[in-house]
Write a protein that binds this ligand. Structure first.
Ligand code: HXC
Ligand code: NAP
Length: 298
């Protein structure tokens, strides 16, 4: 059965499940941000997509609203600038109404041995991922609290936010910070009716990530599907399904959670004996005999 026939490539929530939502998705013009925005719009939300490249945003907004018939607003915004972020929320408020959901999805990343990075390169990634996420979160939170509007924040992190990872250190440092922010604000802002959650995706092929993280010469070795116990990479719709649930009222009691959607990838790297997956089934009889025979010798 090919993946098109699988339920995980199908939209999950019922029609108009997000009809009362006004959702800002940073980095919503491409990749996973685009997939989430498209599904939010399909479920009836008004969506604003915000990033640096207006042309890309406008193309995506037109594409999505052409399919769903719902309004999608493209707003140019560099999340590293607090002024830009405040202006973006003001534009959203004026054109769509006050946002009640923020998805911090914008990111920058590339692989490099850390000692090769200039301090500016390190700053750049931290600025986009960590500063960008807290800029948007702070502006959104202040607005909701002042307006007495409840809402929710969804942060897109990674599994190496808690394991760390070599060769993407600025990204790992930043995602760890975003995860700490998620758990901290889940408690602090709950009294204002603001829930804060995160998704940690495993490998979901996108142009933006793959061009910067998978060296062409090593594409075979980098076959992410082989690193995943379920032996496949993620489908954008299954991530969009999870995101839609987490920003919907169906998840009203989920707060401060980080949900991993990686087919078991990070745990495969963690378990001490997971490497034994390489042993073919027919060898286990022999191994068992060897171990059992120890008893007779002792
Ligand atoms: C070393 C590099 C470099 C490289 C850039 N720099 N690329 N250093 N190796 N490959 C340095 C530059 O020389 C400069 O430092 C500094 O970084 C800033 O680079 P600019 O090109 O001036 O920045 P800018 O044009 O703003 O571009 C930002 C970017 C770019 C992050 C470098 O890649 C970008 O726009 N990315 C956005 C999309 C993206 O990254 N998507 C992937 C997300 S995937 P100097 O010292 O020269 O001034 C993800 C999760 C992955 O996050 C998990 C997958 C499983
Ligand atoms: P992507 O398509 O490259 O998305 C990154 C987005 O961030 C782009 O739309 C980019 O738009 C925006 N962006 C970058 N710098 C910005 C800035 N300064 N201000 C505003 N927007 C900015 O990559 P992706 O794979 O979809 O990644 C989306 C999210 O998923 C990221 O948080 C990433 O860390 C996370 N993730 C992805 C994977 C995966 O396998 N793909 C795995 C784990 C986590 P502009 O260039 O227009 O600014």
């Amino acid at each position: 059965m090919n993946s098109e026939n699988k339920n995980y490539t199908q939209p999950m929530l019922r029609e108009n499940a997000l009809a009362d939502k006004i959702i800002v998705v940073t980095g919503g013009g491409t990749g996973l941000g685009k997939a989430m925005s498209a599904y939010f719009s399909e479920l009836g939300a008004k969506v604003a997509i915000a990033s640096r490249k207006l042309e890309t945003l406008e193309k995506t907004a037109g594409e999505i609203s052409g399919k769903t018939g719902n309004e999608v607003l493209a707003v140019q915004c560099d999340v590293t600038s607090y002024d830009d972020v405040e202006n973006m929320f003001a534009t959203v408020k004026e054109k769509l109404g006050s946002a009640n959901v923020l998805v911090n999805n914008a990111a920058g990343n590339f692989i490099s041995p850390t000692e090769r990075l200039s301090h500016r390169a390190f700053d750049k990634i931290v600025d986009i991922v960590l500063r960008g996420s807290y800029n948007a979160t702070l502006a959104f939170g202040k607005e909701k609290i002042a307006e007495k509007i409840s809402g929710s924040i969804l942060n897109i992190v990674t599994t190496y936010a808690w394991t760390g990872s070599a060769f993407v250190v600025p990204s790992a440092v930043s995602k760890a910070g975003v995860l700490a922010m998620t758990r901290s604000l889940a408690v602090e802002w709950a009294k204002y009716g603001i829930r804060t959650n995160a998704i940690a995706p495993g490998p979901f092929p996108t142009k933006g990530a793959w061009e910067r993280l998978v060296p062409k010469e090593y594409q075979d070795k980098f076959d992410f599907a082989k690193k995943v116990p379920l032996r496949r990479v993620g489908e954008h719709q299954e991530l969009a399904n999870l995101a839609a649930y987490l920003v919907s009222d169906f998840s009203a009691y989920i707060n401060g959670e980080v949900i991993t959607i990686d087919g078991g990838e990070w745990l495969q790297g963690a378990g001490q004996f997971n490497i034994l997956q390489m042993i073919p089934p027919e060898m286990w009889d022999n191994i068992e005999r060897q171990i059992r025979s120890l008893k007779k010798k002792e």
